[in-house]
Design a protein around this ligand. Structure first.
Ligand code: NAP
Length: 285
């Protein structure tokens, strides 16, 4: 029987509806509109689309978004000066610097310069540390999207062996840290490009999460029959957007699977809105 679909698009619409109500209640009771400052440096077309989508999402739920679009040749000092201004601006609750930034700017320096209480991507070392300790201020958007997608489809992680392929700071590592927390209670294996006999490891997964950025990399032979497969990958190909999982073959083996597009991506976007509301609540009380 083909796998059931983990429909991220539908779920994201539902969560946006819930958030719109929460934002309206917050605005009515506190007289403050949650506000996200988005910083885009240069004219990378994919980044422009991402930022446009994030701003549209904000509008849909009543969050104000302010765009700071700086030229490609912006220096690190100029970007840090803008971030310092946004850190000090009490009307801004969340700050998002769209990555990647141009090569003259050091990503880690920029991310560390954001006030941790406004760091709605949860990339600052203080927020990463809080996640590891199980005391998060914000949950990172893509990992939280993955967990919410499972949770809202009543797919438990408790006692499940989750194999994550990919150890990036944005997806693999924070997801692993979240999954081992008490209450989530997964047994986690993290794989990467140096993992020996990857198919033997992925076949152990009750839940397989793939985030490597290689089109159709995971095939049916790499998946245990009945496993849940979450495809985080987004790859632009001549056939359009595809994930890291070869969907047609794997959906014959898995019990549940995310489509690409329409799986994890929409949930990632919604989690940014949640974090912005959380930041506004913490700032206003
Ligand atoms: P990244 O920083 O490029 O990291 C890729 C990871 O995959 C690395 O840990 C790398 O291992 C591992 N890897 C690469 N080739 C491998 C192989 N053949 N076997 C095993 N592991 C391999 O990627 P990322 O930022 O996490 O993004 C991954 C994918 O997710 C991309 O397609 C990206 O577009 C997508 N993404 C989607 C969302 C969403 O909302 N849906 C959000 C973020 C990212 P090493 O560490 O050993 O190099």
């Amino acid at each position: 029987m083909p796998a059931q679909i983990l429909d991220g698009k539908l779920l994201a619409r539902q969560i946006r509806g819930e958030l719109a109500e929460e934002v309206a209640e917050f605005v009515a009771s506190r007289g403050v509109t949650p506000t996200l400052a988005a910083v885009l440096v240069g004219g990378d077309p994919a980044s422009e689309v991402y930022v446009r989508n994030k701003r549209r999402d904000c509008e849909q739920v009543g969050i104000e978004s302010r765009l700071h679009h700086l030229p490609e040749e912006t220096s690190q000092a100029e970007l840090l000066a803008l971030i310092a201004e946004l850190n000090a601006d009490r009307s801004v609750h969340g700050i998002l610097v769209q990555l990647p930034v141009p090569p003259q700017i050091a990503t880690d320096v920029v991310l560390e310069s954001i006030d941790p209480s406004k760091d709605v991507d949860a990339f600052h070392a203080e927020n990463v540390g809080r996640i590891v300790q199980g005391q998060p201020r914000f949950l990172p958007c893509t990992p939280n999207g993955v967990i919410e997608l499972l949770k809202r489809n009543e797919l438990t992680t408790v006692g499940q062996h989750v194999v994550i392929v990919g150890r990036s700071d944005i997806v693999g590592k924070p997801l692993a840290n979240m999954l081992v927390q008490r209450g989530v209670d997964a047994t986690v294996t993290v794989c990467h490009s140096r993992t020996r006999d990857l198919p033997a490891v992925t076949r152990l997964a009750d839940i397989l999460v793939v985030a490597i950025g290689r089109a159709n990399f995971v095939t049916a032979e790499m998946v245990k029959p009945g496993a849940i497969v979450v495809d985080v990958g987004i790859n632009r190909t001549d056939e359009g957007l595809v994930g890291d999982v070869e969907f047609a073959g794997v959906s014959e083996v898995a019990s549940w699977i995310t489509p690409v597009p329409g799986g994890v991506g929409p949930l990632t976007r919604v989690m940014l809105l949640l974090n912005t509301l959380t930041a506004a609540r913490a700032a206003v009380g």
